[in-house]
Ligand binder design. Structure first.
Ligand code: FES
Ligand code: FES
Length: 181
């Protein structure tokens, strides 16, 4: 007896507004689309890397409501109403202190894991401005580096905390010198 295989039925698209790097992005997405694919393919934010696509490597790390998370393990439709920050959302006119520290500490080789490492450290420094070395190591424990740049990545984490503290001190000094204070 012959069996017939019916073609897959189209999945209805779902409207969703993603709040990424401070802007709202209305999208129509399949409910199964990952946040990683939505960021890269629908929003063109390719700084977030796709490597294992199954929660093993950390290359896809972004901040969701301030917490470092693997975007390949999140459904985009579940991220509506949440604050998503990608590597493109860091820094401004100047590099983010962590980006600056990665350059200064030579903390990358191929650079493929770098955005994820930086996002994990960003979450750490936001929560713990003066982290211990153990906290820095723990923060990047879910980010694999195939080039083995770990030693300099840890150095960059420490340096980033120092750069950020310096910037805060400078900012405080400038605010204190502001007219009328
Ligand atoms: S691509 Fe998400 S953890 Fe590897
Ligand atoms: S710098 Fe190449 S994977 Fe980390």
């Amino acid at each position: 007896m012959e069996t017939t295989i019916s073609p897959p039925r189209p999945v209805p698209l779902q409207p969703v507004v993603l709040h990424v790097n401070g802007s709202d992005h209305p999208l129509l997405l399949e409910p199964r689309r990952t946040l990683l694919d939505a960021l890269r393919d629908d929003l063109g934010l390719t700084g977030t890397k796709k490597v294992c696509d199954m929660g093993n490597c950390g290359a896809c790390t972004v901040l969701v409501d301030g917490r470092a998370m693997y975007s390949c393990l999140l459904l985009a439709v579940d991220c509506a109403e949440r604050r998503v920050t990608t590597i493109e959302g860091l820094g401004g006119p100047a590099l983010d202190p962590i980006q600056e520290a990665f350059v200064a500490a030579d903390a990358y080789q191929c650079g493929f894991c770098t955005p994820g490492q930086i996002m994990s450290l960003r979450a750490l420094l936001d929560a713990h401005p003066d982290p211990s070395d153990a906290q820095i190591a723990r923060a990047v424990t879910g980010n694999l580096c195939r080039c083995g740049a770990y030693r300099n990545i840890l150095r960059a984490g420490r340096l980033a905390a120092e750069i950020e503290a310096d910037r805060r001190a400078q900012q405080g000094g400038q605010d204190g010198n502001a007219p009328g204070r």
